[in-house]
Design a protein around this ligand. Structure first.
Ligand code: ADP
Length: 371
């Protein structure tokens, strides 16, 4: 999708891909298949590139520092990206900036989790034992993998098996999840997309509504300002998604950061004047940024999770005929149960109607409904 946004600008891509089957490898013609964890592979790949950017945050920070030393422009740079890669580093930095987050602590073993839960229980004074507690591996998680909700010290053993540091967090009793998406250029120009509501099913983003319905204007403004401030303080270049919890008492807490085009911004491909992909590219190339405002009153994005529907043609016939405003984006991935294989965007003036059309299309493309 970033490549698609680069076509009208004549931007040429070279892609480092795990396999020749990756979605981007199917559309970019200069593809290097290799391991992003290997410095020499990265060095050979980067030679001749003007700028390097990412569609995931897992390239080792020390390798990115080495590339910068070689004179390669890495955007976002390693000093920013580390906050999207390591949840422990991110929490410590946000604490230092005074950005509200869930209560948290790095924990070393299940007994330490119990001590953290006891602390939470003491502070709330509601007579509970402090559980449930959320445990997260500090690195390598995505789509809810690497996140556990544990209800007892016995359940707390599993996250420590991977041998990586574990972050414990209070389980926030949120009313909903929001995301504040901003884009910042090396010049320091920045734009904010409207704050969106992101609905998760089993830890995976299912639907995004832009803008978040019934969001208090002050709270929306505070969330946008917070995201812009985080982008500036962390020196982010490109797209920054700040995932948020909206609490019952009208606050927003930061859940996590992503420094790349993000699922919560996919609506912008069809719903904003400038998409997150176009603005991410403009930012990493230090071009002036585009207008992030919405084109329609409501845009809804629904993810298509892989069902078993290998032939999409008849599904396209149905969906396109039913909703002429529907935009379908399929990623060319092998269809596997539960895997994000595409998304749809649709828009209009009546939120219930837009939600129904998006939901219907996503379910139909998934094969869970047939009419
Ligand atoms: P990932 O890296 O997999 O995206 P997240 O930290 O975003 O992991 O967590 C995945 C989901 O788990 C969140 O979207 C949210 O629904 C839930 N979650 C994460 N942290 C907490 C928390 N502290 N309290 C309540 N729910 C949480």
């Amino acid at each position: 999708m970033t490549h698609e946004a680069g076509i009208p600008l004549g931007i040429r891509f070279r892609l480092l891909s795990d396999t020749p089957q990756d979605s981007a490898a199917q559309v970019v013609n200069d593809v290097v298949v290799g391991d992003y964890r290997d410095l020499e592979t990265l060095r050979a790949f980067a030679r001749g590139c003007d700028v390097i950017t990412f569609d995931h945050e897992h390239v080792p920070i020390e390798h990115l520092r080495a590339l910068e030393k070689d004179g390669i422009a890495v955007r976002p740079g390693p000093d920013a990206l580390v906050h999207a890669q390591d949840k422990g580093v991110m929490r410590a930095r946000l604490d230092a900036l005074g950005v509200p987050c869930p209560r948290h602590r790095i924990v070393t073993d299940p007994q330490d989790v119990a001590a953290f839960a006891a602390e939470l229980a003491r502070d709330t004074g509601n007579g509970s034992d402090g559980f449930p507690v959320v445990l997260k591996t500090v690195r390598g998680g995505y789509d809810g993998k690497g996140v556990w909700v544990v209800r007892s010290v016995e359940e707390a053993a599993e996250p420590f098996r991977a041998g990586v540091p574990v972050l414990a967090e209070e389980k926030v009793d949120f009313v909903r999840e929001l995301a504040a998406n901003v884009v910042r250029s090396p010049h320091g120009q920045a734009v904010a997309y409207p704050v969106v509501e992101s609905r998760q099913v089993n830890g995976v983003c299912d639907t995004v509504i832009a803008p978040a319905p019934d969001l208090d204007e002050d709270l929306a403004l505070r969330a946008e300002e917070m995201a812009l401030r985080i982008a500036k303080e962390l020196g982010v270049v490109g797209h920054l998604a700040v995932e948020l919890f909206q609490t019952r008492d009208g606050r927003v807490l930061v859940n996590e950061l992503a420094m790349r085009p993000h699922n919560s911004g996919h609506w912008s491909m069809d719903g904003a004047i400038t998409s997150q992909f176009a603005n991410h590219l403009r930012a990493v190339l230090d071009l002036p940024l585009g207008d992030p405002r919405p084109r329609a009153r409501w845009t809804v994005m629904a993810n298509v999770l892989g069902g078993d529907y290998p032939d999409m043609y008849s599904a396209y016939l149905h969906c396109m005929a039913r909703d002429p405003r529907l935009k379908i984006h399929m990623y060319g991935k092998d269809v596997k149960p539960g895997r994000k294989v595409g998304h749809v965007n649709t828009y209009g003036d009546d939120l219930d109607d837009v939600l129904e059309r998006a939901r219907h299309a996503a379910d139909y493309l998934r094969g869970t409904i047939t009419e």
